[in-house]
Structure formats: C-alpha cells, structure tokens
Design a protein around this ligand. Sequence first.
Ligand code: ADP
Ligand code: ZN
Length: 764
Amino acid sequence: MGKTPSMTAPGFLWTEEGEPRKGMVAEVAPCIPTHRTYSYAVPDTMASSLAPGQRVRVCLGKRRRSVAGFVVSLDHKEWDSTLRPIEELMDRESYLPADLIELGRRMALHYGCPLGQTLKSMTPEAVRLGRGLKTVRYLRLAKPLEEIRAAGARLSAKRTSLLEALSQTRDAVAADEILAQADVSMAVLRGVIAAGWVQVTEKEEMTQDVSFDAPREEPTFELTEEQRRALDHINGKIDEAAFSVTMLFGVSGSGKTEVYVRAMRRVLETGRQVILLVPEIVLTTQLVKRLAARFDDVAVHHSGLTEVQRSILWRQIASGKKRVIIGTRSAVFAPCEKLGLICVDEEQETSYKNLQAPRFHVRDVAIMRAQQWKISIVLGSATPSLETWYNCEHRSHYHRVIIRRRVKSLPMPKVHVVDMEDERAEQKRAVVFSRMLATFLGETLERGEQALLLINRRGFAHALYCPSCKTRLSCPRCNVGLVVHTVTGQVACHYCHTKAPIPESCPSAGCGEKLIHTGIGTQRVEEVLAALFPRARVIRADSDTMTHRRHYQALIEDFEARRVDILVGTQMIAKGLDFPQVSLVGVIDADPATLGSDFRAHERLFQLVTQVAGRAGRAEVPGRVVVQTSMPELPALRHALRHDYEAFAVEELAARQKANLPPFRRLARVVLAHPREATVRQEADTLAETVRATIESLGLESSDVLGPNPCALARLRSRYRYELLLRTRTAGDMHKLTDCLNQKNALRAKVDSVMLDVDPVAMM
Ligand code: ADP
Ligand code: ZN
C-alpha cells in the first residue's frame, strides 16, 4: 500500500491511513451550539505557538464545515490519521488564562450553555482584535561596537552616530526614540540592520493609558465598632487563604463600602489583585468615583468605555499593571494573574443576571471564581437575596456578619404606608398623591430640602383603557399594554418599540368609546407636581429621558448642586445614590403586580421599599418615607416599614419552602417561541414529556417539570411564548438534568427559538 498523504492545507500531515503517531492533540470547543468538544491534531508548524485559550479554525462533521473554536486543552498523546488537523490559528495569543477556561467549563455546565459560546462571552472582542495596540520596534546592538569597528567596517558619520547612541543603552530602545536622539533617518537604520549590526524586536504596546482620574481622597473617620468587627472577620478569612463566602449584611448607610475598601487594601498589600463588582455602573457613578479615589492603579469597567479602552484595560489587568478592578458584569472575567479577593456590592441586584446566553449571574460566577482560586469573597447587601441568606444558614463555607446601625448613629427614616383604596374612596377619585404625601412634599419644599418620588415599572404605567369594553390598549404584536407618551403624542410598545398616534377612541370592533388613562407614569407625576407646586424645580429620570450615561451624570450633578427640588423616576433612582439633603422619599405605587408576576415579586417589593427608604435621611436632615399602595397588609410592606429584613426573610422563606421554590429548589426555565400558538403549545407539551422521561431515567428525586404555560409576556414580536420550569432539589441534580438533555440534543423543538435559563431571575 502506497503512502496516502492527507494534504489538508495549511498544516498538512504526512501520515499513512490508520498509522498511529505520537503528537500534540488539541481539545477544541467550537463556537456553535454544540455541547461537546472535539479532538484535533496540532500540525508541527503550529505546535510552538499554540496555547489553550486561542481560537482556531477547524473542520467539523461529515459536511466538513469550517468553524471557529477555542482550544481548551493540549495534550501530547498517540493519535492516528483519522484525526483531522487544525486548519488555522485565529488568535495571535491566548486571551484566556487557564483559570478562565476552567471557569468557562464550570459555567457551561451550570448554565447548560455551549462551552465555545461561553468562552466567547468572557473576553471582549476588541481584545482579540488587538484594538488599542501599536507595534513598536525595539533596537539593540547585535554585537559590541568595538567588534563592528574591528571587523573593518566602513562607518559613515550617521551610522556611527546611531551605533554609538545604541551602544550607550543597556536595554533595547524604541526605534523612534533612538532615531530622534541620534538625529538620523530610517534609511540609516535600514542600512545597519541589513549589515547585521542591529537586532530588531517588535513589541505590541498600548496606544494610551486608561486612567480613572479621580483625585486621591482619604476620609478621616475611624471605623465604627461594628465595621471593625466585620473587617476583622473578613481579614481573618483572607488570611486563611481558603475559599469562603462572607455575607456582609448592613442597612444602607452602615458603611459597608468602607469595609470593602479596607479588606481590598489588605489583599493589595500582599501583591495580589482584587475585583469589586457593582451593579449597572450608570446607576453607581457616585460610588465608583468615591472608590476610585481610594486606590492607585484602578481599572474601572463601565458602559461608557470605548472598544479601544476596553482592550487596553484588559491588557493592563493581564500584565498586573492595574490591580484594582471595579466594574459591572464583565469585570468578573478580568484576566487577573493573582487574584486575592472579590467583593460583590448589592449582591441581590437583578442586573447581575446576564440577559443573553450564557445567562449567568455575576454573583454566582464570582463565587465559582473564588472557589477556584481558593480565596474569600464578600457579598454585601442591605437586603440580601433569599438565596444568599439561606446559604448562610445551610452551608459551611458561608458566614454572615451584620452591621446593625448606620454610621454616625443616624436614625432610620420613618416609613408611612398609605392605603390608596381608602384615599380613592375619600377623595372620590383616583389620585396620584395621597394627602399625606402632598402635605409632606409641601413641607419639604418649604424647608428647602429635596425629595425623591419613585414610580414602579414603566411599562405598566400610563396605559389607555376603555371603560366600556374594559380592554386596555395593547400592542398587537406583544400583548402588553401600550404606553402613552404625551410629549410625542404617541403610544409605544416598550418591547418591540412599535409606535402609533394616540387613538381618540376604543379601536375594538363596534365600541368606539372614548379611552381613559390609567396607571401612573413619570410624566403624569411631573404634570401633577407642576399643578400642585408650580415653583418647584422638578426633573424626571426614566429610560426615556436617561438615554445616555451623560444625561445621568448631568442629573446627579444638578441634584447634588441643588438645582433641583424633586427628582421623579423609575427604579433607577432607588439605588446607590447618596444625597444628604433628601429628606422625603415617596413610592407612588408599591404593589407587587408592578414588579412582575413571578414568585420573587414580594422579595423585590421589600427590596425596593427598603432601598428607597435608605435614600432618605442619609445625613443631618432626618428622613421620611411615604409608601402608597393598594395592599397595605402585605408582609413585604409590613416588614419593610420596620426595616426588618430578618423577619421578612423568615416569613418569605417559610412560604418558599412550602411551595418548593428557590432557594429550597433549583429552577431552570425553558421558553419556546413561535408565530403559531398551536405549534408552540404542542412542541412545549412534547418537550415537557421528554424532560419528565429524562428526570425519571436519571432517577432524580424531588424533581419535576412545571407547565407548559404561556409566559407572563405571552406574545412578543409576533411570537407566542410558552415556558416550562424544570425543578430539581440541588444544583448538582440540575447539572445532571440539563447536561443529559443537552447531550441528547433534547432541548430542541420545531419552533423559532428555544431558550434555556438556569436560575432565572426575571420570569417575563
Ligand atoms: P452603605 O454602602 O452601607 O450604604 P456607605 O459605605 O455608602 O454605606 O457609607 C455611608 C456614608 O458613611 C458614606 O458617606 C461614608 O463615607 C460614611 N462612613 C462610612 N464609614 C464611616 C465611619 N466609620 N464614620 C463616619 N462616616 C462613615
Ligand atoms: Zn410590541
């Protein structure tokens, strides 16, 4: 039998059919929806430059489709010619250190997301494209100048000048620099390189430095007794150099940030890097500014960065130049060489959940990373997620430290709950402001203090309603209420962004009744305020007005400089802001229905009221809070009223346990979407059966499937949506279930899309 070389360009391999050979074999995770990895032979030409984390092009399947993929491991072993070679190297270097590849594996398993896709989401594309880098040529003499002279070389004055300049430097110097110094041209340089007297090395360098220019500022206060105890505990954990989770539970204004700062500094002293994760940075500019002022070498990741800046920051972190990383989601993947501590501020924040596959939760990924590095992680919150609270009671790695009092012993603000049904009955009409809130607003303005007014979810506010046929004007494609924007004279769907002129009368067939406005929007509040307090300076903050980071920045500055008396906004104003002159906070519509229909609505209501109350009375001005609701007896409100998280947690956890809901069970949500309702319902039924059979075959105890049911958002962009909830007792069981389904490719259906969301947060 003759030789049959398989000449697959460019890295062809001379092997005989079936001939065993020893060599490098790469495990590749393709960037396509597949849940397994594939082996490829590494051509000799690539062997020296290939590293795990690099992207390569490989040929996949019978149809020999060429796809990109990540090398996730390299091994020297025996293989035969049936193994296909890697076709092409795509990245010049690896952008994923070994620990991030391992993290990617854990995430892929936990979130049931293909490994290739998961790894892709971990490094900014700009980094792979080498944005923000320029090639700098470095020069050094190839041999001592005397040797060159001794060899009888004829040296012109210009060449001499260049070589002498080079002979005076010990390290290689940048070409531009030395040419300027010796005052000679490129041509001279080319000549001495050609003669073999000068060695050139090329280096990629950053085109700019990305600094967060906050002036250094140190507070002068001493830690309170409680802060000190919390810090001592965390420091003790840091010194143990083992994996541990500390939940730092402290009311807002209890000085948790100061505890993170000091713990982070302790770790920095040991030469390691630290990551501080903060929710949605556009909401936390103040916090970030204050934090950045406390450290050198801070890398701040935020949505305002350009691609080039992102890429540069990444390199500065990878090289160890930046040692403090502050940021939102992507900062959890900072390519730290020596990670020593992770802090997660406001760990309960829903914005930590990634809304695209891989649908990871930043806090949970941070915990995985801490576990991998065997380091401490601190989760801070005034209203911890019930998952974290539960873990503190049931898992040995979790510890809880509590700060009960606000710094400077500021009292907690007084919270008043107003029953809006009573208010309606007494004022004989639907109202925006209760009499109490209106009175307090007047007093606040009179005293020259500031107020915050909060309205819940924008989408449910300010809708049009037909009093005759009792229907709400809704989006024909999404089945959600259309929202009225009086300024533009339009109604809009906040999901598919369809817009139409405000109709005069009910569009239902044969009705034609005049439509009335229901719900309350930020605009409506603004209008009512203008009528009640014509001289008050009011500003509105919602996603219509705050379309850019800049707007938000300006708003904060205006409010801080007290050019504004009343700030009206959606949830975005509930969090993180610290304005000492705010003495009144009003929640216009504190009803769980405005916070979603899923099992976490009460938890979110409690968090919202507590957070917003924390905005009042942050300094010398005592705070008051008015919460308007149609359900004043709700436990979430009763406990929020007394700032009693622990009582709320006990009551809510008992309810969750009874209903077999998280944190007592793990959930994964599967959403199917399709233009034909009958199709999607039928496919969802079939899928539910498959999952049930899989649960049975795996012998998973206390696991089941809920549904299929139409989603809360039953129709979106002209597609009907159905959901299944997969429920297991433990995360391990969920891994088994989703992995088994994925390996069988069972999470498929003949519909437009199937989405898997493990540990879902928003159940829309
Ligand atoms: P939290 O994050 O718990 O809501 P912060 O860390 O924002 O609280 O602290 C609230 C305010 O108290 C900040 O302005 C902070 O500078 C200040 N502060 C923190 N610790 C102390 C302390 N020990 N003494 C005085 N002021 C403090
Ligand atoms: Zn729509």
